[in-house]
Write a protein that binds this ligand. Sequence first.
Ligand SMILES: *Cc1c(COP(=O)(O)O)cnc(C)c1O
Length: 345
Amino acid sequence: MTSYAVDLLSDTLTRPSTGMRAAMAAAEVGDDVFGEDPTVARLEARVAELLGHGAGLFCPTGSLANQLGLRLHVAPGRELIADSMAHILRAELGAAASFSGITSRTWVSDRGRVTPEQALSMMVAGADIYHVPTALIALENTHNFGGGTILPLATIEAIRAGSQPHGVAMHLDGARLWNAGVAAGVELAAYGRLFDTVSVCLSKGLGAPIGSVLVGSAAAMREARVWRKRYGAGMRQVGILAAAGLYALDHNIARLAEDHARARRFADAVTEVAPVVDPAAVETNIVILELGGRPDTAADVVRGFADHGVRAYAIAPTRVRLVWHLDVDDAGTDLAIAAARAVFG
Ligand SMILES: *Cc1c(COP(=O)(O)O)cnc(C)c1O
């Protein structure tokens, strides 16, 4: 395995800190399938409250939390609508169709920022002899493949106002909702309350080794708990992992602003040597370099960065993604900037 001086592949790479490991070691645990793990219960209640919901469900992955959320709202043969670059559709291996019989239609947006008109005009409210009725609108905030973009609260409010009267539910893939809240200065519950279910990841910028939480009403989470067990993800003394999540909530949310500032500093520096990113578009911890129109392919650029000790990710033939996180400091950012100057200069 190549080792890199600076690893910007993903914010999933963060490793549990010494303090987090101590919290894990000290965790009080029980059998969570029987509802007897007090640390899991504390984490679920805390995340539900943070997001303005009645109950939470601890899940091993964000994909599972999302897929449980989707299936609660969409019966087989009905549809969800979402962004063409949504993680639930692009990066969860067709789970909504394979597990839940869900039909999906997508809109194409500017870096994941759908407009209310776009989302609402796609919605099919009410059944007829041909059309698949829309049961769910799924949004993502921040938007991963859109480049960490923030969906403004006003946009979500307008989509909610237009869909709720038709009985169309809303799910938020909030894997990086923490980043949106910190960058936009919006309370997490203000976003959370606009959705029927929300998933959040503890294992990305927050630095926990494993874990996501799905939140919704108490009734919805009871149903999701049954499906989680049916999928084989009923876990036992998992308070050890929930303790890492609680530690992450206590220590690692506000500091996300540092990741955002470093990502922006990198984007500013890259713009000086090549017009491959608009720094104003870098709102959180993700930078996407758009190489379209340049002779370089994403693979070439990733190789160039690697030659300078920096790992980046080719997310498409002409797009390279770099993600800032807990384990990348100012010196690492300087190295990434030097690498970019060498690659593009
Ligand atoms: C990482 C991520 C997830 C969850 O991924 P897992 O690897 O299943 O934990 C969900 N949505 C988005 C937008 C993500 O970036």
